[in-house]
Design a protein around this ligand. Structure first.
Ligand SMILES: Nc1ncnc2c1ncn2[C@@H]1O[C@H](COP(=O)(O)OP(=O)(O)O)[C@@H](O)[C@H]1O
Ligand SMILES: [Mg+2]
Length: 249
């Protein structure tokens, strides 16, 4: 569904990404893992068309792009929710639908609030919500326009462990239900394994893919031997390619 061929991106003389080759299948959940500064956000922005790239080409469904993509099918979710504070929960979701010219937005917005279990919170304002609830509104808002690809940039990293685990499970349920292709950036190894059908590991300076691992472990027990073994394998990659601070760049 999405294929990246020899994608490189430089900021002045710094190689944020170098010769990245990746293929994402329809309905797949990919987690991107790597040290800070290895180009995860850059890669997400390039796929979403929010940023240009220097060389290579990207194919999304039947379209091929050079320099910059224009996939209307992509929606991005951020760590800081990006909700509109002057609109209540329902209005925040409706706003996204109205922006796409959808007419029946009230009922559709309610349907998606139900999917994220927030139907009883529709008249609350963002300031009256917990972090987990805010991120669920952001999810409803992103999903209601039925994106083919959902890009998530460390969406749960500001949440406590308990809330984070709950949202991870909700996201997996949503994936089962809606079959949306998801590309999820995290720096948490356990989260990457738990959510991902595949874990793609990047290294910094220059940003390159060092591993692309299909996750076959049983997800029901995060402390099973096979789960912990995979965690260690990935940790070893990250240790090998850990960020080397270079203050000259
Ligand atoms: N607009 C920019 N101008 C210059 N350098 C940038 C810019 N955006 C990102 N970078 C650099 O590119 C590298 C990759 O950044 P980023 O994609 O944000 O990494 P990550 O999300 O993995 O932490 C970093 O070294 C960062 O400093
Ligand atoms: Mg980032």
């Amino acid at each position: 569904m999405i294929s990246l061929k020899n994608i490189s991106k430089h900021y002045t003389d710094y190689a944020a990404l170098q010769n990245v080759n990746l293929t994402f299948n329809k309905g797949e959940f990919i987690t991107l893992l790597g040290a800070s500064g290895c180009g995860k956000t850059t890669l997400l922005n390039i796929i979403g068309g929010f940023e240009t790239f220097d060389t290579g080409e990207i194919r999304i469904e039947n379209q091929t792009f050079a320099k910059q993509t224009k996939p209307s099918a992509c929606i991005k979710i951020f760590q800081d929710y990006a909700l509109l504070p002057w609109l209540n929960v329902l209005e925040n979701v409706k706003f996204a639908l109205q922006a796409q010219g959808v007419k029946e937005c009230e009922s559709l917005a309610k349907e998606y609030l139900k999917i994220v279990h927030l139907e009883t919170f529709s008249t609350r304002f963002p300031a009256q919500l917990s972090g987990g609830q805010k991120q669920r509104v952001a999810l409803a808002r992103a999903l209601c326009v039925q994106p083919k690809i959902l890009l998530l940039d460390e969406p749960f990293s500001a949440l406590d462990n308990f809330t984070r685990n709950a949202l991870q499970n909700e996201l997996l349920e949503i994936k089962q239900h809606l079959k949306t292709t998801m590309i999820f950036v995290t720096h948490d190894i356990e989260e990457a394994i738990y959510l991902g059908d595949r874990v793609v590991i990047l290294k910094p300076n220059p940003g390159e893919v060092v591993a692309d691992i299909e996750v076959r472990v049983d997800k029901s027990d995060r402390n099973s031997l096979e789960f912990l073994r995979l965690k260690r394998e990935i940790a070893e990659y990250l240790e090998t390619y850990r960020f080397v601070q270079d203050y000259s760049i």
